[in-house]
Design a protein around this ligand. Structure first.
Ligand code: C5P
Length: 215
C-alpha cells in the first residue's frame, strides 16, 4: 500500500454521530488521502470532531463549510476551524476575491468552481469560467469540480493553472465513476455514501482505492 500522500481518495464523512464518524474514519484510513467533514458532522458532533479525527487517522482534514460570506465573517469562521486542526477549508468563489482571500490568509483553501448536483447547471456552471479565473489569480491549493461530469473536469483542467489541484465529489451515489473522472484530470475523488453507508466501509474504501491505482 502507498504512503498516504500518494493516495487519491477522500472520505466525505457526512454522518452526525461522533462515535460512528470515528469508527468509520479509523477503519478506512489506510486507503485515504484525507477526511472531509461537512456541516452534518460538525452540527452533530461539534467542531472538536476535527481534532479527534486528526488524532485517530493521522490524515489531513478538509473542512467543507463552503464559506460564502463577507470577508470579516469568513475570517471569523475560518480562524476557529483552522484552530481546531483543519488543514484545508472549502470556500465558495462566487462571493468574490476579497471573501476568498480572507480565508486564504489563514490557511490552505479550496475554491468551489462547479458543483456536482443537477441544480449546479442553473447558476454555478454559467459562472465557472470566471471562478476558474479567480482561482488562477489567487492560486489556492485546489478547486472543487464535479465527478458527475468528467467532460467539465477536462475543461476545468484545461483552463486551470498547473499545480492547482482538482478535487471531485460525486463518485458513487451521485453517479460519477472514479476512473472516468481521474482520467479527465482530477487529482482526488471525494466519496461519501458509497463508503460510509455501505455494509462494510473498509471494503468499499479498499475497492475505490484500488480503482484509483494506475489511472
Ligand atoms: O455521499 P456523496 O459521495 O454524494 O458525498 C459527496 C460530498 O461532497 C458531500 O459532502 C457533498 O456535500 C460534497 N460536495 C458535492 N458536490 C460539490 C461540492 C461538495 O457533492 N460540488
Amino acid at each position: 500500500m502507498s504512503g498516504s500522500e500518494d493516495r487519491r481518495l477522500i472520505l466525505a464523512l457526512d454522518v452526525y454521530e461522533r462515535e460512528r464518524a470515528l469508527e468509520i474514519a479509523e477503519c478506512t484510513a489506510d486507503y485515504l488521502w484525507a477526511v472531509k467533514v461537512n456541516w452534518p458532522l460538525i452540527i452533530g458532533s461539534g467542531l472538536e470532531i476535527i481534532t479527534e479525527l486528526k488524532q485517530v487517522t493521522g490524515l489531513p482534514i478538509i473542512a467543507d463549510l463552503k464559506l460564502a460570506d463577507i470577508p470579516n465573517t469568513n475570517r471569523l469562521i475560518a480562524s476557529k476551524v483552522f484552530e481546531a486542526g483543519a488543514d484545508y477549508i472549502i470556500a465558495h468563489g462566487f462571493v468574490g476575491s476579497d471573501s476568498v482571500d480572507a480565508v486564504m490568509g489563514l490557511g490552505k483553501t479550496i475554491i468551489v468552481v462547479e458543483m456536482s448536483h443537477p441544480g449546479a447547471k442553473e447558476f454555478i456552471q454559467p459562472a465557472t469560467d470566471k471562478l476558474i479565473e479567480l482561482a488562477n489569480e489567487l492560486e489556492p491549493f485546489g478547486v472543487i469540480a464535479p465527478a458527475t461530469r468528467p467532460e467539465r473536469v477536462s475543461y476545468i483542467r484545461s483552463k486551470l493553472k498547473p499545480g492547482i489541484k482538482i478535487l471531485t465529489p460525486g463518485v458513487g451515489a451521485q453517479g460519477g465513476r472514479a476512473g472516468d473522472v481521474l482520467k479527465a484530470g482530477a487529482d482526488y475523488i471525494i466519496v461519501g455514501r458509497s463508503i460510509y453507508a455501505s455494509e462494510n466501509p473498509r471494503k468499499s474504501a479498499r475497492m475505490l482505492y484500488a480503482e484509483t491505482l494506475g489511472v
